[in-house]
Structure formats: structure tokens, C-alpha cells
Design a protein around this ligand. Structure first.
Ligand code: ZN
Ligand code: ZN
Length: 138
């Protein structure tokens, strides 16, 4: 069982199974997912159950595609799905809870990668909060 929820908990989904995760570096997915990239997977619509779906708001990011997010907290809950749906739905990996079985299998639109993310792998990492926040200035 695959479970996901938004930050405020108003919207939840469960899916019976998930595909591998595709990470998208395009600028639309970065903005929609609120990060350096978007990460999405596919589930079968008939196997997905929603709770609090009335809190979802959809934004049509291009003519045939729309994305849904929690209208209370802004968490991206779906990827860019066809307005005329097929039997699959693209769900947002940022909403996943627990330890889902899926892993990243591909990255797309790599040429659009955020330049500000360069250096990420070399940046120091802390198990707790970054101790430099209070002294951080531009
Ligand atoms: Zn929410
Ligand atoms: Zn994208």
C-alpha cells in the first residue's frame, strides 16, 4: 500500500501500487512541487482512494494538462495529468508518507536543471537543523 498526504493533512491518497519515480527538472515542476525538481509516479486511477479531495484545487498548467494541490497548505498532490483522463494518474512523490517501495528511475528535462542547485552534493549536511541560520545574510 502506498500512502501520501499534504502538509496540513486535509488531503490524503492511498494507492495499491506505484510505478518508479521520475524526477522532472523543468521550471513548471519546480514551481509546482516547491523544490529543486518535481518527482512523480504513476498509479492506476481505479486503485487510488482520496480523502479530503474537496480540498484539492486544480491548476491547468498547459492546455491539456492540470495539476492538483491542497488549497489549504499548497502541497502538490498530483503531477501534470491529462484533463481528459486515461486509466492512470500521476501522483506527486513529495506527498508520499512512510517508506514507499518506489525509487527514482529516471530524470527528465535535465537541461532545465536549476542552476542554484549546483553544488548540492558538496554542501555540508547536518542531521539536525543547519546551525548557521541565525548568522545567514546575503
Ligand atoms: Zn493541505
Ligand atoms: Zn516538469
Amino acid at each position: 500500500m502506498v500512502q501520501g498526504s499534504c502538509l496540513c493533512g486535509a488531503v490524503r491518497f492511498t494507492a495499491k501500487a506505484m510505478s518508479g519515480i521520475v524526477e522532472c527538472h523543468c521550471s513548471m515542476c519546480r514551481k509546482a512541487a516547491g523544490g529543486a525538481s518535481g518527482a512523480f509516479f504513476v498509479a492506476l486511477r481505479k486503485d487510488v482512494t482520496w480523502q479530503g479531495a474537496e480540498h484539492l484545487t486544480a491548476y491547468r498548467s498547459s492546455a491539456e494538462l492540470e495539476r492538483a494541490f491542497c488549497s489549504r497548505c499548497g502541497t502538490a498532490m498530483t503531477g501534470a495529468n491529462l484533463v481528459e483522463p486515461d486509466d492512470t494518474i500521476i501522483l506527486a512523490a513529495n506527498a508520499l508518507d512512510g517508506n514507499p517501495p518506489g525509487r527514482v528511475i529516471a530524470q527528465e528535462h535535465a537541461a532545465s536543471k536549476a542552476t542554484w542547485f549546483e553544488g548540492h552534493d558538496e554542501a555540508p549536511s547536518f542531521d539536525g537543523p543547519y546551525p548557521g541560520w541565525e548568522k545567514l545574510r546575503p
